[in-house]
Design a protein around this ligand. Structure first.
Ligand SMILES: Nc1nc2c(c(=O)[nH]1)N[C@H]1C(S)=C(S)[C@@H](COP(=O)(O)OP(=O)(O)OC[C@H]3O[C@@H](n4cnc5c(N)ncnc54)[C@H](O)[C@@H]3O)O[C@H]1N2
Ligand code: MOO
Length: 412
């Protein structure tokens, strides 16, 4: 437990966010062990190798519309309908000059035909079809390999399989896929004041929300989340758990106890059990953030304030985990530049990750910070759709200032 409230002064011993990210990403080594999974169990996993199209997609020229397939060289003259081609039931035979076939979307276009006329531009009279507008040669045919040529890489190694990528693999006929193993991420909360959700609180106690936020964040990323529970502010118990988890997990995350209070043991323990790269950063929220190694695990000691836990996870843990999971770069979130609709309050010194919302403006999208920016106000984080990233040296900013924005959706 820390002893004092936050201030905003620049601390020369603290790392800048840029330096911290460089150190963290530099230390994050991608996994290499892989396994084979049935396609439908591979959601959120990362491809171990390039996925190549064994045949072109589409494999046959096929119709983009329900209508009539014909030779455009006959001009707009009516055609005799000599057969039909349905998806899965191709037309067998030839289509001579002056003839056409009825065709459905996705059905093979016969070799003799070079054009499909949509049925809305036709009139049928018995076995003859007439055209109500001029025929456009080559129209409405999806060509062989339009999507993927034979042997073209459809999805490169390092692609995380989200729903669309699962669809692409299915379209290639892939039933089993080689993916990297899941990254094992162990985490626990520290603090005598913490109680499990569902229990009754006594004076001074709070529910352990950070562990639930972390579990949800890790699941969204696609990691194997190993929940080690809650520990009291007891250096011996915390030390034992760190030692044990450092021997089995790839990454170890704690929340709380990383500041300078008399019950904050994390930085000290990290120093004695492993190695510390840094434990202070010039950012807000999230000044105390320890990064190092314990046993075989990369270690992140996140600050206990609930907003600080989530913000530091988004900014530093998520990029590191993505890299360790074997995902392709970039590992950090893209930034947009958008005007801020309201003034921004900020003291120079630390890079600020203000929680913000998107709103329509006269010239397009704008952003505005949510009302409450304190690091203990978790609902402010929950209202946010984006971070407004305000550089360390910046002070208060007037309404209309262009700011860097990271959208939360897609960051994790
Ligand atoms: N003298 C100083 N005091 C503080 C400093 C400082 O630089 N000098 N930094 C402040 C900042 S900024 C932060 S952030 C906090 C971080 O401190 P700790 O990481 O040591 O976290 P705790 O003290 O254990 O807890 C802080 C706060 O968060 C609540 N908390 C902790 N764990 C959880 C949890 N699992 N779920 C929900 N809430 C949790 C805890 O009760 C405290 O209110 O230090 C400042 N102090
Ligand atoms: O400002 Mo602390 O950095 O509340 O996370």
């Amino acid at each position: 437990m820390a002893v004092c409230c936050e201030d905003n002064e620049h601390d020369p011993r603290a790392k800048s966010v840029e330096e911290a990210l460089e150190i963290i990403l530099g230390a994050s080594v991608p996994l290499s062990e892989s396994e084979w999974l049935a396609l439908d169990t591979a959601l959120d996993r990362v491809l171990a190798r390039d996925q190549v199209a064994a045949s072109p997609i589409p494999a046959w020229p096929n119709s983009a519309m329900d209508g009539y397939a014909l030779r455009s060289s006959d001009g707009d003259t009516p055609r005799q309908v000599v057969g039909s081609s349905f998806a899965g039931h191709p037309y067998v035979g030839s289509v001579a000059p002056g003839q056409a076939i009825r065709i459905m979307t996705g059905a093979i276009v016969p070799e003799d035909c070079d054009t499909v006329v949509p049925q809305e531009q036709t009139q049928r009279d018995g076995e003859t079809v007439h055209f109500t507008s001029s025929i456009r040669a080559g129209a409405n045919i999806r060509g062989i390999g339009d999507d993927l040529a034979q042997r073209e890489v459809a999805l490169p190694a390092g692609t995380q399989l989200r729903p669309s990528q699962i669809g692409v693999l299915a379209s290639l006929g892939v039933a089993e896929v080689e993916v990297l193993r899941r990254l094992r991420v162990a985490f626990f909360s520290t603090g005598d004041e913490l109680r499990a959700v569902g229990g009754t609180l006594r004076a001074g106690e709070i529910y352990d929300s950070n562990r639930h936020s972390l579990l949800a964040l890790l699941r969204r990323l696609g990691c194997e989340a190993i929940d080690l529970g809650r520990l009291p502010d007891d250096p011996e118990r915390i030390g034992n758990t760190l030692r044990h988890a450092g021997a089995t997990a790839d990454v170890l995350i704690t929340s709380g106890g990383v500041s300078v209070g008399e019950a904050d043991y994390i930085a000290e323990l990290l120093q004695s059990l492993g190695s510390v790269q840094f434990w202070k950063m010039n950012m807000k929220p999230g000044r105390p953030l320890a990064f190092g190694r314990i046993g075989q695990a990369d270690f992140f000691g996140l600050p206990g304030n609930p907003v600080s836990t989530i913000v530091t996870f988004y900014q530093f843990v998520a990029p590191a985990l993505r890299k360790r999971m074997g995902c392709r770069a970039p590992w950090t979130a893209p930034r947009l530049r958008l005007p801020c609709a309201t003034p921004i309050k900020k003291k120079p010194g630390r890079t600020d990750y203000q929680r913000g919302r998107l709103l329509p403006g006269p010239d397009g999208l704008q952003v505005a910070p949510v009302k409450t920016q304190s690091s203990h106000i978790l609902t402010g984080m929950a209202q946010a759709e984006c971070f407004l990233v305000i550089p360390a040296e910046s002070g208060d900013l007037p309404a209309g200032t262009m700011v860097d924005v990271q959208l939360l959706e897609g960051m994790v």
